[in-house]
Design a protein around this ligand. Structure first.
Ligand code: FES
Ligand code: MG
Length: 570
């Protein structure tokens, strides 16, 4: 333990300041002894009825508190901005950085010695971890857990079916009434999306980084063992404070490499890249876009979950959860990375077992030798773009086609189903101005639906390119995060209808077959078309957001300011 608890800088004082710090807290019925040297544990809660994936978090917080009290700590729950993926317009990603500022300042400004982050829906995990990393006190993550698998008309469904249902309604294969029934069948329990979408990917990222107790990622939200894990986490964070085990002791370069390798093996979301880059930059670990390709190139896909595979998070839990997946990767991973439970990551995973080989395969006999994410470079995107090969169509991984360009999302919506649109399945759909600055906020529209006349031919995939993101539940031959985005006027912004584009995933290239001279000529006549905001957070965001290849954080949030506050409030 450090000589003095951070919280004693508030509660340990005498005179006027100590009186003010303690007296008002006592209106909650807290006895005086709670303030006399117990580790104070903040429970950072993203509970909100507008974030359905996190709506059960007050109950989860109670379990954490029980553990904190049991271990001799003093638990204090506090709310932070909550980002629900499904309701927030124009996209929850616009507010990830804002929420991270709330988290960072809330932790630093308050008398807490350690913090438990309650994470769940897609953006809550990165926003909380980014914010906490910029303070760097003992920190442990408890995830809310995935929903139970959806059941509809006798079969298993989950979030990935949303895109299929949408196409089925458009082609008349499903009625609106059936779609309404499917809504309730899909989301039938508490928890976040049940496939290996972004929320589950983030939970696996946290566990593979060593930031949660082992097993945290896969326990369903509705399973009583989720509460057990929350209580054990409450006990553990108190010990972490006594050991002064900081976030920076866990989030080393090797831990980030472990997360990248694990993410490849589980077929995790492309959003993982952006969030991990942002977290690394906050804690001061050098990481760049090409690390993702280098580290995951030889990692096969061994977790058979949708959208790249067949099953759901519930099945992963029954198969043993994430620890036996990491055990399969032993030899690729840095086994000696420290984790929040005080043991190394390999000590945690080596003692576990796989119970279902349909769900967790071995590295030698994987579900797909292709995995992870491939980073594409070429003149089309000077700073890179991203594709998830395991979710793409094998026959399109090498492809050359004519561009069909949509200048923004409204242009796309207006023309995509028009009989007059000149398009066939060999074309490449290009969607511009859905990047961080252009939309703003980089929404998940990159897996745009195909033109109706293509779907009617029973063709369900084409090469698509954008400067936006894709839901972690999405799939298809979809190239994302083109950087620089269209709003900045790089080569991506210059693509015109009829230009030839060639994609070669094996060689990691994405080429716009237009000469440099022609691109220079086009740039001279180019003007940005995105809306510019002149007040409020969105204006701050547009002026300071970094490009996707850097993690899309605000430039002034990179790094951290530590946990020290020297001045008192009165
Ligand atoms: Fe919250 Fe998918 S909408 S995790
Ligand atoms: Mg999402």
């Amino acid at each position: 333990m450090k000589d003095k608890l951070r919280s004693q800088g508030w509660f340990g004082k005498t005179g006027k300041d100590g009186f003010i710090y303690r007296a008002w807290m006592k209106n909650q019925g807290i006895p005086d002894y709670e303030f006399r040297g117990k580790p104070v544990i903040g429970i950072c809660n993203t509970w909100s009825e507008l974030t359905p994936c996190n709506a059960h978090f007050r109950e989860l917080a109670e379990s954490v508190k029980r553990g904190v009290s049991e271990a001799g700590g003093f638990p204090v729950e506090f709310p932070v901005m909550s980002l629900g993926e499904t309701l927030i317009k124009p996209t929850a990603m616009l507010y990830r950085n804002l929420a991270s500022m709330d988290v960072e300042e809330s932790i630093r400004a308050n008398p807490v010695d350690g913090v438990v982050l309650l994470c769940g829906c897609d953006k809550t995990t990165p926003s909380l971890v980014m914010g906490a990393a910029s303070v760097n006190i003992p920190t442990l993550v408890v995830s809310g857990g995935p929903m139970l698998t959806g059941k509809f008309q006798g079969r298993d469904i989950s979030t990935s079916d949303v895109w299929r249902f949408n196409d089925a309604v458009r082609t008349g294969d499903m009625t609106q009434e059936e779609l309404t029934v499917a809504e309730a069948c899909m989301c039938r329990s508490r928890g976040h999306c049940a496939v290996m979408g972004t929320a589950s990917t983030m939970a696996c990222m946290i566990e593979s980084l060593g930031m949660s107790l082992p097993g945290n990622a896969a326990i369903p939200a509705a399973d009583s063992r989720r509460k057990v894990l929350a209580q054990l986490s409450g006990i553990r964070i108190v010990e972490m404070v006594k050991e002064n085990l900081l976030m920076s002791d866990i989030l080393t370069r090797e831990a980030f490499e472990n997360a990248i390798i694990t993410n490849a093996a589980i077929g995790g979301s492309t959003n993982f890249i952006i969030h991990l880059l942002a977290i690394a930059a906050r804690i001061g670990v050098p990481l760049d876009l090409h690390d993702f390709d280098k580290l995951s190139a030889n990692v096969p896909f061994i977790v058979n979950l949708q959208p790249s595979g067949k099953y759901f998070m519930e099945d992963l839990y029954y198969a043993g959860g994430l620890p036996p997946v990491m055990k399969e990767l032993d030899g690729l991973l840095h086994g000696d990375c420290m984790t929040v439970n005080g043991r190394t990551i390999s000590e945690n995973y080596l003692q576990t077992e796989t119970y279902n080989r349909d769900v967790i395969a071995t590295v030698d006999a994987p579900f797909n030798p292709l995995s992870g994410v491939a980073i594409l470079t070429g003149n089309l995107c000077e700073n890179g773009a991203v594709i998830k090969p395991s979710a793409a169509s094998p026959h399109l991984l090498k492809h050359r086609g004519k561009a069909v360009v949509f200048n923004d999302i409204e242009d796309y919506k207006r023309r995509i189903d028009s009989p007059a649109l000149e398009v066939d399945e060999t074309c490449v759909l290009v969607l511009k101005n859905v990047g961080p600055i252009g939309y703003p906020g980089m929404p998940e529209v990159g897996n745009m639906s195909l033109p109706k006349k293509i779907l009617e031919k029973n063709i369900h995939d084409m090469v698509r390119i954008s400067d936006g993101r894709m839901s972690g539940t999405g799939f298809g031959t979809v190239i994302l995060h083109a950087s620089p985005e269209a709003a900045l006027g790089g080569n991506f912004a210059m693509i015109q209808d009829g230009d030839y584009i060639s994609l070669d995933v094996a060689n990691r290239t994405l080429t716009l077959e237009v000469t440099d001279e022609e691109l220079t000529r086009r740039k001279q006549n180019w003007k940005p078309i995105h809306k510019k905001y002149d007040r409020g957070y969105v204006s701050l965001y547009q002026r300071h957001v970094q490009q996707a290849h850097l993690g899309a954080d605000l430039d002034f949030l990179v790094g951290g300011s530590g946990s020290e506050v020297t001045r008192d409030s009165h």
